[in-house]
Design a protein around this ligand. Structure first.
Ligand SMILES: Cc1cc2nc3c(=O)[nH]c(=O)nc-3n(C[C@H](O)[C@H](O)[C@H](O)COP(=O)(O)O)c2cc1C
Length: 335
């Protein structure tokens, strides 16, 4: 079934293989698209055997910039370069969506020249130090509203640049994940507390984005659903969160890790987040994308057949071999 098209709501793809966002660190110092980035994506789109490409996380404002080589979608002047990128990908066939990110307290102040911010003044509990590794400043309600506007404006730029949709990044310990996780959100106002409060910023971002982009545009959300840490978010949280996200108008959920980031200690098996994605898929009617540990197309097929997900992300294998999908589809389905 991995070679079969998928059509669920706005998500219409030629097959079930997705290239998940992987930072290339090839932007110029202004965060703009370079020929190197275009070539990187063009090579992986060539042959048209990846159903969907999600481009690397791109910062929505300077305070949320994760590193000096990160791609920007924070300024109108970024649109021209991004348009060259989507044109190059579309010319090869695949659909493409832009991952929008604010790094929160994972943004190093030597890059942003601003103080790091987060849901609460809490040091990130990630396995590796991110950003300055210190205590961030808690965002005020007014500042949260500005972040919501910045996500919205970034989504509008993605549309102008010709993307087929956007992915809101709420995984891997970045800002929206910092709001979602009870380990990093200790707020007592309407943006904290129970899950519904910790996800208020998600609802506001989704609604603001939906209102400003065209009806055909896909909204995906990458959910760092479970922290796999004591006191952190749980699989049960991820299911409840996904139900809310579907209700709020998200078209697709991409499942990944939270404070543990995109790997999981002690796990390297294909689909190492499938204990979470399977439960999410059972509860939803929008497509669920599972990424992590899939290097062989047969393992991806097995995960789909067992009901672990609707779509399979293949990251590092596609980084190593740009023609991974073309070769895999040829061997697996004779395409
Ligand atoms: C170098 C590198 C950069 C990454 N950049 C991003 C990113 O920009 N956004 C994101 O959501 N995930 C990012 N990831 C996580 C991948 O999308 C993916 O979830 C992870 O590599 C696990 O999948 P795999 O086993 O197929 O590689 C990155 C991973 C790596 C190795």
């Amino acid at each position: 079934m991995i070679e079969k098209p998928l059509e669920q709501g706005r998500v219409k793809l030629k097959n079930r293989i997705v290239m998940p966002p992987i930072a290339t660190y090839k932007s110029n110092e202004e965060g703009q698209v370079t020929d190197g980035i275009i070539e990187h994506y063009r090579e992986r789109a060539a042959g048209d055997q990846v159903g969907l490409i999600v481009t690397e996380h791109s910062y929505i404002n300077i305070q949320g910039r994760a590193n000096a080589k990160q791609l920007s979608i924070a300024r109108d002047s970024d649109v021209e370069g991004l348009k060259r990128l989507t044109d190059a990908i579309h010319a090869e066939g695949p659909k493409v969506i832009a991952q929008l990110n604010h790094a929160g307290s994972a943004a190093p102040s030597e890059v942003t020249e601003m103080a790091p911010v987060s849901a609460s003044p809490v040091v990130l509990p990630t396995p590796q130090v991110m950003g300055d590794g210190g205590i961030p400043k808690e965002l005020t309600e007014e500042e949260i509203k500005q972040v919501v506007c910045d996500f919205r404006d970034a989504a509008k730029r993605a549309e102008e640049a010709g993307y087929d949709g956007v992915e809101i990044h709420s995984a891997h310990a970045y800002l929206l994940n910092q709001f979602y996780s009870p380990l990093t959100n200790h707020r007592s106002d309407g943006y904290g507390g129970e899950l519904i409060g910790r996800m208020r910023i998600h609802r506001e971002v989704i609604q603001a984005v939906r209102e400003c982009i065209g009806d055909e545009m896909i909204i995906s959300l990458r959910l760092g659903g479970c922290d796999y840490m004591d006191g952190g978010s749980t699989i049960e949280d991820s299911v409840n969160a996904s139900k809310l996200l579907e209700e709020w108008g998200v078209d697709m959920i991409s499942v990944s890790g939270g404070m543990c980031r995109y790997t999981r200690e002690g796990h390297e098996e294909p689909g190492y987040f499938s204990d979470m994605s399977r439960e999410i898929k059972k509860a939803l009617s929008i497509p669920v994308l599972l990424t992590g540990g899939v290097n062989d197309i047969k393992d991806g097929e097995e995960l789909l057949k067992k009901g672990a997900a609707d779509l399979i992300g293949v990251g590092r294998a596609l980084m190593k071999d740009p023609q991974w999908a073309v070769k895999a589809m040829r061997e697996f389905a004779g395409v």
